[in-house]
Design a protein around this ligand. Sequence first.
Ligand SMILES: [Zn+2]
Length: 203
Amino acid sequence: MTKYTEYEFRTQPWFDESWFAPDSTSRFSQFIPMKTIVIHCFDPRASEIPQAVADYLGDEVYPGENILDEAGNRVGNTRTLFAVSNAGGRAVGALQSVATMDYLFRVQNVVVVHHSFCGATAFTPDTLIGEFHDHHHAEIGEIFDHDSLAIGHFEDSIRHDVKLLRESNAVPKNVKLYGFFYEINSGKLTEVVRDVPASGASQ
Ligand SMILES: [Zn+2]
């Protein structure tokens, strides 16, 4: 029950919850300067997407390196761009990560990337739901956002995901959103949609 508690921040003698809180100078975030989340497909042929996005945006550090203290403990990392991968690189599968990372770091940018010859372009949402039902006798149609289950048309899927992020309570309203198409053979990244809120008090 308590086997691994010594590895938790909350059990450290010096622990102070405010040290991790996003505001009040947010000291934890000084050791990991995360600002951008990239959502992409876990297809291994698309594994260069985070680097391609970092190069495109500029002013990002990826992959970065660990920062060690005198004892060799990993107390930080220089990376600014974090990747979330899932089937198809869909926004719906990354909402928990966006909300969680905003607590620790204050997320500034969220980028969705869909890629050429993605497996998610090989079926429709209803094909997936129907086959799953026939094969496993289980209903998944009501668990997920229907249009997030497959990619029928790239521009539509990228715009759908940026819209889903913009309308989600899990994504702070000041966050800048980008949608890209990535061609896996050439490595070319093309910006399809950009949704940058007018800069307000929270910027
Ligand atoms: Zn894919």
